[in-house]
Design a protein around this ligand. Structure first.
Ligand SMILES: [Fe+2]
Ligand SMILES: [Fe+2]
Length: 265
């Protein structure tokens, strides 16, 4: 399994400039599905992202076939961007049975790969906590007496243990059905799981990011109202999205603002 990054000490973490106190600019994209003949494809979109965001989240399916060569291409795309990069793997990153190698290549490039783990970093004076898991399918049907999933429990624990001001959950599989709109209902069982949503709702993060649902939509919420954003590249149709997160003006009011919407296709 990918290496774990249980936490990054705020004292040791780099300091990044934020737009406003208490808010963090989160850039995100998933489902790059990189092949070796596409090397360099995302460079123009990623270049200068440090001026628009404090952190870049990669929501899995970074490679098409999960090969080390493809992982090297992804690593090249995200090296030297000038901001922290945090990733979870997707099902395609495991297609060649080399998920651990894919993760190691990304980690060697400075990417923090989360797998049922979390980390905290400083963004200006704001502590951003991110917990991640690839996740799994299973669907969203209500099954009385269903046993909780141990992977989801570890993810929930990682989310809950984040000591931070702004909390973000990242999965590859979808945690709720809202962002699956556009996908055939018969595929919901392979696109996500309500167990992931329950884990997220237990911790009530400020934002939940996922990918995997290429034909879904960008905006949704969990049953408890946590904002969910599907950042699969085919959905956002651009190199990345930037969301401004945190800094509620009213207690209990979440503010998620999409900062960028520039198309790079
Ligand atoms: Fe994908
Ligand atoms: Fe996927």
């Amino acid at each position: 399994m990918p290496d774990t990054h249980a936490s990054v000490s705020p004292a040791k973490a780099a300091t990044w400039t934020t737009v406003r106190s208490g808010r963090v600019r989160v850039a995100a994209v998933g489902d790059l599905h990189m092949t070796i003949d596409q090397a360099g494809r995302f460079g123009p979109s990623f270049r200068g992202v440090h001026e628009r965001a404090d952190v870049l989240l990669l929501a899995g399916d970074l490679t098409q076939n999960g090969t080390p060569a493809e992982a090297q291409c992804v690593a090249s795309e995200v090296t030297g961007l000038g901001l922290p990069v945090i990733a979870v793997l997707g099902n395609h990153d495991h297609l060649s049975g080399a998920g651990a190698t894919v993760a190691a290549i990304l980690q060697n490039a400075g990417v923090h790969v989360l797998d049922e783990t979390g980390m905290v970093l400083m963004c200006g004076g704001t502590r951003l906590g991110v917990a991640g898991i690839m996740g799994f399918g299973g669907g969203f049907a209500v099954v009385p007496g269903r046993r909780s999933d141990e992977r989801a429990e570890r993810f929930a624990d990682a989310l809950a243990r984040l000591d931070c001001d702004v909390r973000v959950a990242m999965t590859h599989y979808a945690p709720a059905t809202g962002t699956l709109a556009g996908e055939p209902a018969r595929l919901y069982s392979v696109l996500g799981s309500s167990s992931l949503g329950e884990a997220i709702d237990a911790a009530r993060p400020d934002l939940a990011i996922h990918g995997h649902a290429h034909h879904g939509c960008e905006h949704g919420t969990t049953p408890a109202g946590v904002p969910v954003r599907n950042v699969a590249y085919p959905v956002i149709r651009q190199g990345l999205r930037v969301y401004e997160v945190g800094g509620s003006s009213l207690a209990g009011t979440r503010q998620i603002q999409t900062v960028t919407a520039r198309c790079r296709r």
